[in-house]
Each structure stands twice: as structure tokens, then as C-alpha cells.
Design a binder for this molecule. Structure first.
Ligand code: F6R
Length: 613
């Protein structure tokens, strides 16, 4: 949510910043801006809308020489929180003198009080943002030492921030700091690039430093000096990114979403590789670093997450109960700490997050830790805040997910949850034979997904029948219920069709009133104990004239007969089948959205990585 880039070094700052922003645009894309140092001046250019607008604006407003000179600058792409996405609200924001510029991710919660106090001292604000208040506060604190001014200002701030600050009075440096919003510093050869995530850095260097909360760094082209907010030096290791610059390219696909759908067999293979024990019929997950005895003593698994990650958790709930015979529940992360959950030291809390930065999930982690639970994370982004906060967890190894609509993260989350449940199950009631059978099925997931992806063209044809609809219902039972929820989420977020997911049995308790002749119902009715009941619910919808698209198991002619259209997926264990079933729905949603001409990778009002509550 919002992206920051800062640059110092041997290349042209505006060009580097704009290409960095393009790589971060998936995090927020309603307005953008950049500020560069030009002699004793700070030059600012901003535009509402996409980074392309900013690029055009800067090249009109600024002389061509500026795009040839070496320099220092900061830039931002925004997902609006305080004030609409107008040019005036876009970052960077300047202080009263116009000599200090700031970009900021996060929220300054006490900005109203700070603003009133500064107004009392003669400060005048032009935007509605909390960020402009922070830039004025830094200016107000600046007595000739920018680093100290930023420290002093941050001491007065409540809330979250990832920031980068430049001043024309102290050229050749960027001050950057974080609390609850990530900052990564890329350490190049005679250059440094600061960003809110590594995808803006990877084209420059593989060597990075992740700031911790309340770290503040003075960065020059050749040095990084990190301190805490009391000016005490701290040491942070340089890490290797291990990412290829091509991850942030579309690689011949029209959209990142389709690229990432196609990456799933490899991503899943990476998530599974080395983690299955095909001798013992179990799994080996170093991140579940507790003894088998400790694991056996756990009384409950509580999974927390948001959005797609919440849906993965719901599949996990079935897996833990079925395979490990352990009480499992899912809690919406945003609710977790406000409902004062009953959690103790025999509870196993699993925080699930692709980005590892979701504010609500992070808050739930802290609450669970506070209550003494055994907390671990299931995160994709290495070095992310949630991964570091839990200190114990299993990485998904899905590779960077750029499309705002999550695809490969979900399927990797589910496959890791299945392996976790298998491990717990083998320590409890699951036999070696049962374990081996499931382990082999998990091992085959990449191939199952490959077979669904091979149906892309067929699914694209089916999608044509649903392009003109404005409403759709997704139904499922058992582990296919969260698949139905995830299918509805995918369709609504990228195609803007109003789609609702329901437990198939729930439809007749109210929502069925909305069915009219022709209303599409997408029924996830793959083989499993709940299939026949789901088909019964399909009949209820057909009786009201609904048009049914079934996600069914290959060769299931009974199911085929009651569907208007169907996409079949390979036969698999009902928990494993959730993964190919969801892939079919991802591809379906993608084609509906494409045919409707939607901006698939950057749906309106959304952003990747939701770092505000
Ligand atoms: C939907 C989607 C979101 C995220 C949610 C949680 O396609 O991507 O619903 O799943 O914002 O994000 P993470 O997993 O990063 O915590």
C-alpha cells in the first residue's frame, strides 16, 4: 500500500525514480510524485493517476538536462488514506521553507493535534494529508541537522511510518526511517536505492539492509549509518536478495495475474520441495520448530489472516480437523485483538499473509504473542515484518506476487497448510499409510495445476457466457466452501461483477431470493463427501432458472448433466482438490475481466499489501 523509492548515486535520479515507481505501482496507483535536489532547490513534480502521468508531467515541466544529470531524489506512488487522490494530496510534501521534502507510507494517527499546534505557530497547509503535517514538523524541528530533526519529529508521532526525507540544505543524503511500514536499503556500488519493497531495488543491486521498527538511517551514495531514535548506533546485516530482475516483468503475458497463474506449478513445486517425507508419510517443516511432543500437546490451531489469506486459512481449518484431529478455527485478523480472544500457551496461532505486511494480521500476531500462544507465520515475502515479528514460520517460496489479485500465494498457502496438518496429524492419529497416501497427493499438486492451466482456452470460451452478467453467486460445501468464497472474491475484485460466495446450504436461507432466470451460479462440486449435497443445492438453483457453471471432477457425468457449463479438474483428495479448483476459478475470473476490458493488475480502489487498519 503506497510505494517509496529514493535514489542517490551515479545515475540520473528522475529516471531511476520513475522506473522504480513503475515496479512499485502494484502497491498503490491513484497518484504519484517525485522530488529531486537541483543545486540549492528542491524540485517537485506530481500527478494524479498512474505513474505514466507523472512521467509525462515531469518531462513537460522539467528541462531535458535534468534527465541527464546525476542526482538525489525521492518518489512515491499513493493509495489514498487522508484526502482524495488529487495532485495536491500526492507525495512528496514540503515543509514550510520548501527546502525539505518527505514521502511517507503509513498513518500519522495524531496528525490533527500536530497540525493544530503547527498552525498555531504560523504553518499553513495546502493538502488534507497527515504526511504534510509530518514534513512541516520535521522542518519545525530542523535546527541545522536533518537527521536530528527527523528523530525529534518522529518522537512526537503516533502511528506508523516508512519515510524518506531530503533537504536542499544537506544534499547528497536521504534520511529514512520505519515503524510498522517496511523500508529496504539497496547498497550498490557508489549508489544507494531506498524502497518500500525489494522489487524497486532488484534492478540495481542484490545487497540489501532491512530496517527494523524505530531504526533511522542516514544514507549516502557510499554509506549507510543506522541508529535508533535516540541516536544510538545499531547494526543491521546486509542480506542477499536472491531475486532476478525479471520477476518484476510480465514475461510476454498481457497481465501479471496471468503470468502468476501460469507460475503456479513452479511456485507450488518450490513450496513443497524438500518438505515432504515420502518414507514416513509426513512433512518436514523447519519453521514449525517445536518437538513432536510439544506439537502433540497443542490443544488448538487458530489461523488469522485477511482476504485471500483468510480463505486459505479456512481450507486449513478443514485440514487440521480432518487430518490432525485437532480443534481448529479461523479468525479474521482485524477482529482478533478487539474481541479479546481466549488464547493460551497450548494454542498454536498461525498468521497467514502473502506480503507479511498486512497491518491487521501483524496486530493479531502481537496480540497472540502477548497472550503466550505458540505463534508462527506463513508468509511469502522474505524478511517482511510479520515473518520477523514471529521469528518462526514457513515461507511459501512462491516468488514475488505483483498482481493485486492474489493467485499463487493462495495455492501455496493451502499446500503448506496441508503439509502442516499432515505433520501434526502424524504426531496424533494419522497412520503412516494414510500419511503416505496424502503426501503423494500433495507431491502431485504442481501436475494437477498444470492440467487445469492447460484448459485455459476452454475456460476462456466459457467465460464469454458470463461477461454481460452483473451478479453472480458462488457456492460450495466442506473445503470447497472457502474455494467458492475465493472464487467470488477473484471475480468481483478484477471484473467488478457483484459476486457473492455462500455455503451451498445457506443459499436457501435468504440469498436464493435474488435468483432470477439466467442468474449465474458457480457451483464448486468436486468429488468428496459433500458433492451430492452440493448437487442437490444446484438443483434448487436450477429450479429457479439459474444458469449453472460447475467446477467438477473429470469424468463425473452425473455432475455434468446438471450444469449448463462445466470446468473439470483432475480427481484428487478433497482437500488437495481445493487447489486445482481455485486455479480454474482464477482463470475464469481473469478471462471474464479481460473480456470486460478491466484493468486486471490494478483494480480500482485496491492496493497490494494493506498496511493500514
Ligand atoms: C485478494 C487479495 C487480498 C489479500 C489481503 C491480505 O486477491 O490479495 O484479499 O489476500 O489483502 O494480504 P496478505 O496476504 O498480504 O496479508
Amino acid at each position: 500500500m503506497c510505494g517509496i523509492v529514493g535514489y542517490l548515486g551515479k545515475a540520473n535520479a528522475p529516471s531511476v525514480l520513475i522506473s522504480g515507481l513503475k515496479r512499485l505501482e502494484y502497491r498503490g496507483y491513484d497518484s504519484a510524485g517525485l522530488a529531486i535536489l537541483d543545486g540549492d532547490k528542491v524540485l517537485v513534480s506530481k500527478a494524479s493517476g498512474k505513474v505514466a502521468n507523472l512521467s509525462e508531467r515531469a518531462s513537460i515541466n522539467w528541462p531535458p538536462e535534468l534527465f541527464k544529470r546525476v542526482g538525489t531524489g525521492i518518489a512515491h506512488t499513493r493509495w489514498a488514506t487522508h484526502g482524495p487522490p488529487t495532485e495536491v494530496n500526492a507525495h512528496p510534501h514540503l515543509d514550510k521553507t520548501g527546502e525539505i521534502a518527505l514521502v511517507h507510507n503509513g498513518i500519522i494517527e495524531n496528525y490533527r493535534a500536530l497540525r493544530a499546534r503547527l498552525e498555531g505557530k504560523g504553518h499553513h497547509f495546502v493538502s488534507e494529508t497527515d504526511t504534510e503535517v509530518l514534513s512541516h514538523l520535521i522542518g519545525d524541528c530542523d535546527k541545522g541537522d536533518l537527521f536530528q530533526a527527523v528523530c525529534d519529529a518522529l518522537h512526537q508521532v503516533e502511528g506508523t511510518f516508512g519515510i524518506a526525507v531530503i533537504s536542499s540544505r544537506e544534499p547528497g543524503k536521504i534520511i529514512t526511517a520505519r515503524r510498522g511500514s517496511p523500508i529496504v536499503i539497496g547498497v550498490g556500488d557508489g549508489e544507494a536505492i531506498i524502497a518500500s519493497d525489494a522489487s524497486a531495488i532488484v534492478a540495481h543491486t542484490q545487497r540489501v539492509i532491512y530496517l527494523d521498527d524505530d531504526d533511522i538511517a542516514t544514507v549516502t551514495a557510499d554509506s549507510v549509518d543506522i541508529r535508533d531514535l535516540n541516536n544510538v548506533p545499531v547494526t543491521r546485516e546486509i542480506a542477499e536478495l536472491g531475486l532476478d530482475a525479471s520477476v518484476a516483468e510480465k514475461g510476454g503475458y498481457e497481465h501479471f495475474m496471468m503470468k502468476e497463474i501460469h507460475e503456479q506449478p513452479d511456485a507450488l513445486a518450490n513450496a513443497i520441495r524438500g518438505r515432504l517425507d515420502l518414507q514416513l508419510g509426513s512433512s518436514v517443516l523447519a519453521g514449525m520448530s517445536a518437538s513432536q511432543r510439544e506439537l502433540a500437546e497443542l490443544s488448538r490451531v487458530v489461523m488469522v489472516g485477511c482476504g485471500t489469506s483468510l480463505h486459505a486459512a479456512m481450507v486449513g481449518e478443514y485440514a487440521f480437523e480432518d487430518l490432525a484431529d485437532i480443534h481448529a478455527e479461523v479468525q479474521q485478523a482485524a477482529e482478533f485483538r478487539y474481541r479479546n480472544p481466549i488464547i493460551g500457551n497450548r494454542d498454536f496461532v498461525v498468521a497467514i499473509s502473502q506480503s507479511g505486511e498486512t497491518a491487521d494480521t501483524l496486530a493479531a500476531v502481537k496480540e497472540a504473542q502477548q497472550k503466550g500462544a505458540f505463534v508462527m507465520s506463513l508468509v511469502n515475502v522474505v524478511g517482511s515484518t510479520i515473518a520477523r515479528e514471529t521469528g518462526r514460520g514457513v515461507y511459501l517460496h512462491a516468488g514475488p506476487e505483483i498482481s493485486v489479485a492474489s493467485t499463487k500465494a493462495f495455492t501455496c498457502q493451502v499446500s503448506v497448510l496441508l503439509m502442516m496438518a499432515l505433520k501434526l496429524g502424524r504426531g496424533r492419529r494419522y497412520s503412516r499409510e494414510e500419511g503416505l497416501k496424502l503426501a503423494r497427493e500433495i507431491d502431485s499438486i504442481p501436475e494437477l495445476v498444470n492440467r487445469v492451466i492447460a484448459k485455459n482456452d476452454l475456460i476462456a470460451e466459457i467465460a464469454e457466457n458470463y461477461v454481460k452478467d452483473e451478479h453472480a453467486f458462488f457456492i460450495g460445501r466442506g473445503p470447497m466452501y472457502p474455494v467458492a468464497l475465493e472464487g467470488a472474491l477473484k471475480l468481483k475484485e478484477i471484473s467488478y461483477i457483484h459476486a457473492e460466495g455462500y455455503h451451498a446450504a445457506e443459499l436457501k436461507h435468504g440469498p436464493i431470493a435474488l435468483l432470477q432466470p439466467g442468474t449465474p451460479v458457480i457451483a464448486v462440486a468436486c468429488e468428496g463427501p459433500a458433492k451430492d449435497k452440493t448437487l442437490g443445492n444446484v438443483e434448487e438453483c436450477r429450479a429457479r432458472g439459474a444458469r449453472i457453471l460447475g467446477i467438477i471432477t473429470e469424468g463425473d457425468t452425473n455432475a455434468e448433466e446438471v450444469m449448463d457449463d462445466f470446468i473439470s479438474i483432475p480427481k484428487a483428495h478433497p482437500l488437495v482438490a481445493t487447489i486445482p479448483a481455485v486455479v480454474a476459478l482464477q482463470i475464469f475470473s481473469y478471462h471474464v475481466a479481460r473480456l470486460r476490458g478491466c484493468e486486471i493488475d490494478q483494480p480500482r480502489n485496491l492496493a497490494k499489501s494493506v498496511t493500514v487498519e
